[in-house]
Design a protein around this ligand. Structure first.
Ligand SMILES: [Zn+2]
Length: 95
């Protein structure tokens, strides 16, 4: 994936929030041989739960095709410039 994809996403996903993002909410997605993280949004520390809840609602509403798999939505450390697959899982995100 091209890194420019992330250029729009430099702020927390909550409207009007001025805080820099600390977390990326995403789910592992694969389609045939393709694998990447499906990005559901960025969150600062305060809005982490709100963005995660919204992402999980989106995830539940998502229709998944026959060749497509989507894993659980989790919170990852937001690390600009890292490849998606190298993002460390944020501690304490499992529920
Ligand atoms: Zn925020």
């Amino acid at each position: 994936m091209d890194e420019s994809t992330f250029r729009y996403a430099t702020a927390c996903h909550c409207a009007g929030c001025p805080d820099p993002p600390r977390f990326q909410v995403a789910a592992p997605w694969s389609y045939g041989p393709l694998r990447e993280l499906k990005n559901y949004g960025l969150a600062c520390e305060r809005h982490r739960e709100a963005v995660l809840d919204r992402a999980r609602q989106h995830r539940e509403a998502l229709k998944v095709g026959d060749d497509e798999t989507v894993g659980p939505v989790e919170v990852y450390e937001f690390a600009p410039g890292h490849r998606d697959s190298a993002l460390p899982l944020s501690p304490g995100s499992g529920r």
